[in-house]
Write a protein that binds this ligand. Structure first.
Ligand code: TRP
Ligand code: MN
Length: 448
């Protein structure tokens, strides 16, 4: 740790992994200055409210649903796409709330998820080697060298797209769209006609009946705010530290710093070095933060990370997002659960069953098997049951669209169908049917 007092700039003294090579440093710094003058996207009070909600998760009284795109796209940006993504997340939330009977904390990978860590600085596109695509906040995914040059004007573009996404999300979640009386409306056509869609309809009918029952008992449903809206939070990988620094502001109420680019920020497997810039940055902001945890992480590393990111042991401050792979979770997770429990750290444990289960299909497309995703979730729940810890949540990559990116599920997408509707700019996502199917299965795991 650096001996100086924490500031939003202190990370600059430390090695920062995964930062783009901007062609002109001055252009980059000018872009950051402009960002620093723009209004915050979220407010400190909202971030504190999320910490409290996650504190309930840490205490075993609620469940975290964190979901959205692998990478948001400048190209696929429309009101319909945002609405459809929200529909699926609301559907999953209601399946989990009704099916497992626990409150669900809803967090999107949305309104800021524009930067991607890469394992290699270049990638092979067909026959040509190009600089890697690093997310639309940095460069373009088109297959030519010019498109791959980092462009600092993209930072402001990402900010503005985040602002309009967030504006729509707030309108949808607070303005009637998320009202429980609309539980049927979230079921999209292509979902409704499927097995998992029918199961959802049945549950929605039961919710209707329960609401009518309560009304008949004399409860004033109209006056019951919580039935008509949801708290929905935003999150992303805090990868491009200049962007995060520029949106970090001191809260006038408490004098604490908050990164106002999103309610929750996390660091990934490639940027979680204990003495690195990313962990230092997260250590000083007061938002709830997360860290991805792979099967290769040692108990010493996890404990050091807990100390570094949550020395005050604030429940809800730190979420550990395990992404171990279906084959590794049963061996790798239990020692970490025991160590963190023994040390008395009140973390949220969430399962990311996506990133440890990615492989390249014979046709050359990155994909994941629905069954592997389920298997990692089962391993996660089993390990927590054995340890006496709370399986606090799931972290998923999904879309509201009818894509063919992950294999299997009820619709049974096969390898030779992947090309049909494969639109992700990065990792393969669950489609709406697979996501709802998964929610029912997680609800079952939570019940038992
Ligand atoms: N406000 C409650 C909650 O967020 C109930 C609720 C209203 C809800 N609309 C919802 C739950 C949509 C899930 C999905 O839990
Ligand atoms: Mn991803």
């Amino acid at each position: 740790m650096s001996p100086t007092v924490w500031t939003p700039q202190r990370w600059r003294e430390l090695p920062a992994a995964q930062q783009p090579e901007w062609p002109d440093e001055d252009d980059y710094e000018r872009a950051l200055k402009q960002l620093a003058a723009l209004p915050p996207l979220v407010f400190a009070g909202e971030a504190r409210r999320l910490t409290r909600a996650l504190g309930q998760v840490a205490a075993g009284e609620a469940f975290l649903l964190q979901a959205g795109d692998c990478a948001e796209s400048f190209a696929e940006f429309s009101a319909d796409a945002i609405r459809d993504k929200l529909k699926v997340i609301l559907q999953m939330a209601v399946v989990l709330t009704y099916g497992a009977g626990v409150p669900v904390v809803k967090v999107g990978r949305i309104a800021g998820q524009f930067a991607k860590p890469r394992s290699s600085p270049t990638e092979l596109v067909g026959e040509v080697e190009l600089p890697a695509f690093r997310g639309h906040m940095v460069n373009d995914d088109a297959a030519d060298a010019a498109a791959r040059v980092p462009d600092p004007r993209r930072l402001a573009a990402a900010y503005h797209q985040s602002a309009s996404t967030l504006n729509l999300v707030r309108a949808f979640t607070k303005g009637g769209f998320a009202d429980l009386s609309r539980v049927h409306v979230w079921n999209q056509q292509f979902v409704a006609s499927s097995e998992e869609g029918r199961r959802y309809e049945q549950m929605a009918n039961e919710i209707d009946r329960a609401l009518r029952f309560m009304a008949a008992c004399g409860i004033d449903l109209g006056g019951e705010e919580s039935l008509h809206q949801v708290d929905f939070y935003t999150s992303h990988d805090a990868l491009i530290l200049g962007y995060e620094e520029a949106l970090t502001r001191m809260d006038s109420l408490t004098g604490d710093y908050y990164d106002c680019s999103a309610h929750m920020l996390w660091v990934g497997e490639r940027t979680r070095q204990l003495d690195g810039a990313h962990v230092d940055f997260l250590s000083g902001i007061h938002n709830p933060v997360g860290c991805k945890v792979s099967a290769s992480m040692t108990t010493e590393e996890v404990l050091a990370l807990c100390e570094r990111l949550n020395p005050g042991r604030v429940p809800g401050r730190l979420t550990l997002i395990t992404r171990m792979g279906a084959a590794a979770v049963a061996d790798a997770l239990p020692p970490l659960l025991a160590a963190v429990q023994d040390a008395g750290h009140p973390v949220v444990w969430a399962c990311d069953p996506m990133h440890g289960n990615t492989f390249v299909s014979e046709g050359g497309r990155k994909t994941r098997r629905f069954d592997d995703i389920l298997a990692e979730l089962r391993g996660f729940f089993a390990a927590h049951l054995a340890a006496g810890t709370w399986p606090g949540g799931v972290h998923l990559e999904l879309t509201g669209d009818d894509v063919t990116e992950c294999l299997g599920g009820f619709g049974d997408i096969l390898e030779d169908q992947l090309h049909e509707r494969y639109t992700t700019t990065c990792d393969p996502r669950l489609n709406a049917r697979q996501a709802i199917d998964l929610a029912f299965r997680v609800a079952e795991m939570l019940r038992t």
